[in-house]
Design a binder for this molecule. Structure first.
Ligand SMILES: Cc1cc2nc3c(=O)[nH]c(=O)nc-3n(C[C@H](O)[C@H](O)[C@H](O)COP(=O)(O)OP(=O)(O)OC[C@H]3O[C@@H](n4cnc5c(N)ncnc54)[C@H](O)[C@@H]3O)c2cc1C
Ligand SMILES: *[C@@H]1O[C@H](CO)[C@@H](O)[C@H](O)[C@H]1NC(C)=O
Ligand SMILES: *[C@@H]1O[C@H](CO)[C@@H](O)[C@H](O)[C@H]1NC(C)=O
Ligand SMILES: *[C@@H]1O[C@H](CO)[C@@H](O)[C@H](O)[C@H]1NC(C)=O
Length: 478
């Protein structure tokens, strides 16, 4: 940094010394005195942020800065960078990676107030805030008469999911979240706010679409919107529950199912709930604009196996994610592991079922779950892979294991369970290299697994936009 600029920053912020050895309380006091007066009226500091999805190895900030406008992010990042205080942006708070480490004086930048959703006059674009959650995104989109691509759980940050890739129910026809981004307003490590788009900072734009949290904080984004009639904002969806002896047939049927663009399918191992908490095999089909007749035809092979329970029905857009609300429950320890795969092998899934039922019967671990997601990828594969750093466009399936409990005494058994399941899946994933979707990764993987062939170029772009590695919390590229 040039001396002149340095002294002007000292003047602007009144920072008299570096805070690295301070007590957390001192950090809070100094931020109140030096930073908050620079921010807009609605900004504040607090000692805790909104609760996170998992407390397992969760980041523990000394202070939370609740920003109230986009420019607050710029001023905050500039201040923290100059004071050499580690920081992390929080949006939905679902990121479960164990890579977060804020040290003892780190700051969480809470984006929750950046939650606007504004549709353009032609309804073909929406400008969304960097901190908007999926439930609010869908509610606003529905009210405006459009659909937008989002993830399938209400509690996620819309951009938190997008910046890693962004899977969701409309993927088959709208492609990934990243493919729906028109432009991003990004606060860089220097605090400078820039636009990233195909024509402005194209390298940064490419990098943000798959590895976003490593390059800056998105304060707002212009995304694609699709004008629809109310009838076009509905789907046929629900749960099919099978007895466990049908597992191999279910897995084989899902493997053989050819998904058309309006179709999605998930397999779950979950608890039936109290009082028995017995493990249960569940499949959730989804058919955009579907009804019972079309749904039963599209998923005929799953119906032929004979589910014991069928809760499928027509579901309006605003309720598509309701089934996932239980999964959104805040708190509890939830170490999670995931594997990308090209094929599903029934005998492997039997092994995973056995590992699951063994762990899930432990007192306190009943809510643990396994899930597998499969989307129609034709539309996504028609978009050039070189348009984004996201490396998983052609990966057929993503499977996740979530150990879920409260008592840290279960940590060791939970990690052993997660790793055993991951190893079983990887043993016949049908890929030449291990692959994990960055937003589902545990945090212990070599970074090649999450960045794939984009790794070298990402490192190059990183050196240009974040040379001091200020954004080092999310599968660090420095
Ligand atoms: C219950 C549940 C359901 C899920 N469902 C899906 C799904 O349907 N599809 C899917 O693709 N993924 C899904 N995921 C994974 C999800 O995409 C990741 O957990 C994602 O990181 C969550 O983002 P967040 O904003 O909620 O979390 P956070 O922990 O707040 O953010 C995660 C990371 O992204 C960064 N970040 C967030 N917002 C911004 C921003 N505006 N600018 C820069 N960096 C930012 C954060 O700093 C952090 O590093 C799910 C996860 C959970 C727990
Ligand atoms: C979205 O969820 C949050 C809590 O997570 C809640 O405060 C908010 O009201 C919800 N929005 C809608 C539209 O339901
Ligand atoms: C874990 O703790 C939460 C919050 O205290 C509580 O609601 C939940 O029932 C607990 N779960 C188990 C399995 O003990
Ligand atoms: C891939 O994953 C498996 C199982 O987790 C592991 O044993 C193997 O060493 C990994 N391979 C590479 C190249 O990292």
């Amino acid at each position: 940094m040039r001396p002149q600029l340095l002294s002007s920053l000292v003047f602007a912020f009144g920072i008299s010394s570096i805070l690295a050895d301070s007590h957390p309380k001192d950090v809070a006091a100094r931020l109140s005195k030096e930073l908050i007066p620079q921010l807009s009226k609605g900004a504040s500091i607090s000692s805790e942020g909104p609760p996170r999805w998992s407390t397992f190895k969760a980041p523990k900030p000394a202070v939370v800065v609740n920003v109230a406008c986009e420019n607050d992010v710029s001023i905050t990042v500039k201040y923290l960078g100059f004071a050499d205080i580690p920081f992390l942006a929080q949006n939905g708070g679902n990121g479960w990676a164990t890579t977060f480490d804020l040290g003892k004086n780190g700051v969480l930048i809470n984006l929750a107030q950046l939650n606007k959703f504004v549709v353009s006059a032609d309804k073909k674009q929406a400008t969304i805030g960097g901190g908007i959650h999926i439930n609010d995104t869908i509610a606003a989109a529905d009210a405006a008469g459009v659909i937008v691509q989002t993830g399938n759980c209400n509690c996620l940050g819309t951009l938190g999911a997008y910046l890693g890739g962004g899977y969701g129910n409309t993927l088959g026809f709208l492609s990934f979240g990243i493919d729906n981004i028109v432009s991003l307003k990004v606060v860089l490590a220097s605090g400078k706010m820039v636009t990233a788009s195909a024509s402005s900072n194209p390298d940064l734009f490419w990098a943000m679409k798959g590895a976003g949290p490593n390059f800056g904080i998105v304060t707002s984004a212009v995304i694609k919107a699709f004008p629809t009639t109310p009838a076009e904002r509905s789907a046929w969806a629900g749960a099919l529950i099978y007895s466990a002896d049908k597992l191999e047939r279910v897995v084989q049927a899902v493997e053989e199912l050819v998904l058309k663009p309006h179709m999605v399918i998930y397999i779950y191992f979950v608890s039936q709930g109290p009082p028995t908490n017995a493990p249960m095999l569940m499949v959730t089909p989804f058919l955009y604009k579907g009804n019972a007749e079309a749904g039963k035809a599209a998923f005929a092979s799953l119906y032929q196996i004979g589910p014991d329970v069928d809760t499928t029905t027509i579901v309006p857009y605003t309720s598509w994610n309701t089934g996932g609300d239980g999964f959104c429950t805040r708190g509890g320890r939830k170490p999670s592991y995931s594997v990308g795969m090209m094929k599903l092998v029934p005998s492997t899934w039997r092994k995973v079922w056995n590992l699951y039922t063994e762990f899930q019967k432990k007192p306190g671990a009943e809510n643990s779950a396994i899930l597998m997601e499969s989307y129609s990828l034709g539309t996504a594969k028609s978009i050039p892979g070189s348009s984004a750093s996201f490396p998983n466009r052609a990966v057929n399936y993503n499977s996740i294991v979530i150990a879920w409990y409260n008592d840290s005494a279960l940590d060791k058994a939970a990690q052993a369970f997660g790793i055993a399941v991951r190893n079983a899946w990887r043993a016949d994933d049908g890929l030449s290299k291990n692959n994990t979707y960055i937003n589902f990764a545990h945090g212990d993987e070599p970074i090649e697994d999450v960045y794939g062939d984009s790794l070298q170029r990402l490192k190059k772009v990183k050196r240009r936009y974040d040379p001091d590695g200020k954004f080092d919390q999310w599968f660090d590229l420095s």
